[in-house]
Write a protein that binds this ligand. Sequence first.
Ligand code: AMP
Ligand code: ZN
Length: 454
Amino acid sequence: MPIQLFDSLERKLKPLAPSHPDGVYRFYNCGPTVYAAAHIGNFRTFVVNDVLRRLLELEFPGKVVHVRNLTDVDDKTIKRARDEGRSLNEVTKQWTDKFHADCDALNCLRPHVEPTATGHIAEQVDMIDVLMKKGNAYRAADGSVYFKVSSFDGYGRLSRVKERELQVGTALLHKSQAVDADEKEDATDFALWKAHKTEDGANSWDSPWGPGRPGWHIECSAMSKKHLGDTIDLHTGGEDLLFPHHENEIAQSECCNGTLFAHHWYHSKHLLVDGAKMSKSLGNLYTLDDLKAKGFSPMALRYALLVGHPRKQLNFTLEGLHAAESALKSLRNFRTGLSSGDAGVFAPVFAALHDDLNTPGALGALFTIVNRGPAGVDAATFDRVMLALGLNLKASESPKADAPAEITALADKRWAAKNAKDWAAADALRKELTALGWNMKDAKDGYTLEPLKK
Ligand code: AMP
Ligand code: ZN
């Protein structure tokens, strides 16, 4: 059965297949803005997209190109750099490195190409230039360039903004694009190029329209064109990107290139925490580090992010994360009992994944097998299921295992000594742990404890 996925534009399930004769599947996923640590909501979107990428690679081996950008210049990144008295580059490098480390811990595959907005200024300027020449864009008095929404008949097809009541639609447009400021001919127009302002500091590039920086939407149109060509197979992101970001990307790309931009649009829904939208003020905004500090493994977070259907909102709770830890433990135990056997039992797991990325369906089908016991079940196919879901069972052991409190207290002390480079103390504590029957294994960002065999 081919992979079927809901298409947000045509509003129906459509099979995924490469549209180009070279058989290469072209997949673009909007990436993070690198000005702070990504939160677990962002990671829901990236983990869901990672499962999609893994399925595509199993389906079209060696023929998938996955591009995910880094937004490294915008109001937020510039503000952060200004507030901290650092260069934009220093700030975005720090948070890019952190994003990579978190993605690795969550076992998300790196995209094949990870382009940055600041690395593609020329491509963005070229695209804006074409839009100017074709009459789809205009330069305002202050030197900013705007896309003229009325010049593109297809505007609103993705978000159906024109189908809603005119007033509601216009209000929506006003609200979301108000930040693009004052010099526009029409409130619905959006910025392609933002003229330099004092608060932008040194973060400015030359252009035919004067110094400034690209608008946000144009970066994805330009990077997608450069790395995947004019027409791509699949474009994805979280639900908030559907409008205006993706609507604007379609307008820019289709007016510039004169051809279809994306065959398929996929939007996953947001993560809520304890039933509410995540926010710093509610104290319910978690990063991966927050959860690691509570003793959870990154793999448990990955699992917890997959227990809900990606096209439904998912409510995250710490109880859910505990349940994820024990589900992983069951999977680890189950794996130890497997040898070669029946591969077919896993067909319902793959069928669920192929049916609109139904991850809860897949996990349910998997646990039906686990609960029947390991007899006759094929180990290699089980591993293939883990690969598709990106569940690395080896990395999932929770750092404190089942060690008693006095053992973890000693281990914590040794970990701290080691981090403080107090090797003598660290050695002495290791000996104490050994004498008590425990082996402490160090990894890059934590440790595991194993009882010594008697
Ligand atoms: P940003 O770094 O803000 O551009 O967001 C990166 C990705 O995370 C985008 O695809 C967003 O749609 C997605 N995202 C933001 N908030 C959430 C959330 N609460 N749940 C799931 N995805 C989110
Ligand atoms: Zn984008």
